[in-house]
Design a protein around this ligand. Structure first.
Ligand code: ADQ
Length: 496
């Protein structure tokens, strides 16, 4: 992805995320480099290459230490190095306490409003604080190494405390952060204990700019600050917060996908062939194919989706055999008990429904419980009559956008939860409330019965939406806004 000319950075870029873009692992034949799957790494790697920047991340590979120098640095991409990966080592107990514990068992359910899943432990919080200090120190060292007044771009909820720590160590850095998941309203946020929720907010206010997926999450953040930090001045109408003489802008930047790349994948001969095979196998004759693609996560509403299917097949026997449901779900965070339980529940529910409704020539639900390559995902999207995204809460949801990008044929219906950030932009989809099981099943029936003309009209609008809001546009807008917020802050400091 080329950087737009006006996005050219005139300062060194240091990016900080939990996942690293390249991981070294021991294999029987030596050390192998893995490029972790996921849209974000592939979206951000090119800007690091172009700007010869630095990426600070957790060293997750078991051969990472061997491949890096004594300071944890390794030149990447392997074979054609153009930027520096700075690895941060975490002890096993910190991985458990910081990552699995506080980030994924307290902050993740909190931000997604799963209040009964929130598990707060003192030791996990201490580990989160420790890990944030370690990452901040690594970013500060890199800032010193590269010199100048760098742009430090922090990613996600794992690092709420990093911005304030970095600001204390590198006062002239431009610091900003993209928050990938929802931000909860104050009544939910204050479930975090005193001393924790205010520390998190103060940490985030070390940023010059905080980027949220939607206006709603940005508003929630400002409401939380108003409630928890009376000493802060919140100028909500200007999207600005002042604390201890420092200004933070708070804005919405809905993330997107590499639309052109998904369009390309969808038209590959191999993709078209797999697409045909899927239809022959699961949607022969006039049977339809409904698909879903998610990480196996309780926020994605997989169990509710199965309940809606059960409701439909129980109340409308004529719908049995009329479509096959193909669920592609990649295992996720399996070390956390809530995720292991979800996996068991989903497998059991699918087995039960298949047992109850299957016929001689029809298996109602097919589960692919695996991580699938992007070209195969494109084939799944292309083969679908209907794609369901039933998140109970979701920062954005990229699957919805990937499905649209793959449907150059303007066929296929997107059934999209109102509670995914993507619903703000993609309101030409069939929007559903996944908590309202009957209405969810009704919407699925509408999608299955929709005439080609309406399918094409809706898909045309959806495609126009994403054509004008790609990952390039997102990156471009953030870099420009971050630079502008840095200049405002500098101007204000000079005026004081
Ligand atoms: P996620 O919660 O992971 O991301 P999502 O936005 O849907 O949710 O992204 C998932 C990505 O994983 C997609 O690119 C998808 O193609 C891929 N994927 C899903 N299932 C897969 C499978 N079985 N095999 C291979 N790949 C699979 C978080 C937030 C979201 C936000 C993103 C980006 O929770 O709300 O949209 O970050 O900011």
């Amino acid at each position: 992805m080329p950087l737009r000319p006006h996005t050219a950075l005139d300062r060194p870029l240091i990016l900080l995320s939990n996942r690293e873009p390249y991981e070294h692992v021991h294999k029987p034949n030596g050390i192998e480099v893995r490029f972790p799957a996921g849209g974000l790494v592939s979206a951000l790697d090119p800007i690091l290459r172009r700007t010869h920047g630095t990426w600070v991340a957790w060293a997750s590979g078991n051969a990472d230490r061997t491949a890096a120098d004594d300071d944890g640095r390794v030149a990447v991409p392997p074979g054609d190095p153009s930027y520096t990966l700075r690895r941060v080592w975490l002890s096993e107990s910190d991985v458990e306490g910081f990552y699995l514990g506080f980030a994924n068992s307290a902050l993740w359910p909190l931000c997604h409003l799963f209040v009964n899943m929130i598990d707060i432990r003192r030791s996990n919080w201490e580990s989160y604080e420790r890990a944030n200090q370690l990452f901040a120190a690594a970013a500060a060292q890199e800032a010193e190494r590269v010199g100048g007044a760098p742009m430090i771009w922090v990613h996600d909820y794992h690092f709420a405390l990093v911005p304030a720590h970095v600001r204390a160590m590198v006062p002239d850095a431009l610091i900003h952060q993209f928050w990938h998941i929802p931000f909860p309203p104050p009544d939910v946020f204050r479930i975090l204990p005193l001393g924790v929720h205010d520390t998190l907010l103060r940490g985030l206010l070390g940023n010059d700019l905080i980027e949220f997926q939607t206006e709603g999450y940005a508003r929630n953040f400002m409401d939380c600050v108003t409630r928890a930090l009376p000493e802060a001045h919140v100028h909500a109408e200007q999207n600005l917060i002042e604390l201890d003489g420092h200004q933070t802008r708070v804005e919405a930047f809905p993330i997107s996908i590499d639309v052109a790349e998904w369009e390309r994948l969808a038209l590959l001969p191999h993709t078209l062939e797999v697409c045909r095979t899927l239809r022959d196998r699961y949607a022969p004759r006039d049977r339809q194919l409904v698909v879903s693609v998610d990480r196996m996560d309780y926020t994605k509403g997989i169990v509710r989706r199965l309940r809606a299917l059960e409701h439909m097949w129980t109340d409308n026997p004529e719908r049995r055999g009329a479509f096959t449901m193909l669920i592609v779900a990649t295992p996720s965070r399996t070390d956390i008990p809530a995720y292991a339980k979800l996996e068991r529940d989903v497998l059991a529910a699918i087995a039960r429904l298949n047992n109850e409704f299957r016929t001689l020539d029809w298996t109602p639900i097919v589960l692919v419980h695996d991580n699938v390559d992007a070209d195969l995902l494109a084939a799944v999207y292309c083969a679908a009559d209907v794609c369901i995204v039933s998140s109970l809460q979701d920062g954005m949801n990229l699957v919805a956008k990937e499905f649209i990008a793959c449907r150059k044929d303007r066929n296929g219906v997107l059934v999209l939860s109102r509670f995914a950030g993507a619903a703000d932009e993609l309101n030409a989809a069939l929007l559903v409330n996944p908590f309202f099981i009957d209405a969810f099943a009704d919407a699925l029936a509408v999608a299955l019965d929709m005439r080609p003309k309406e399918r094409a009209e809706r898909m045309t609008v959806l495609r126009e939406r994403i054509a004008n809001a790609t990952i390039d546009d997102w990156l471009d807008a953030i870099i420009v806004a971050a630079e502008a917020s840095g200049q405002t802050a500098k101007g204000d400091a000079a005026a004081r």
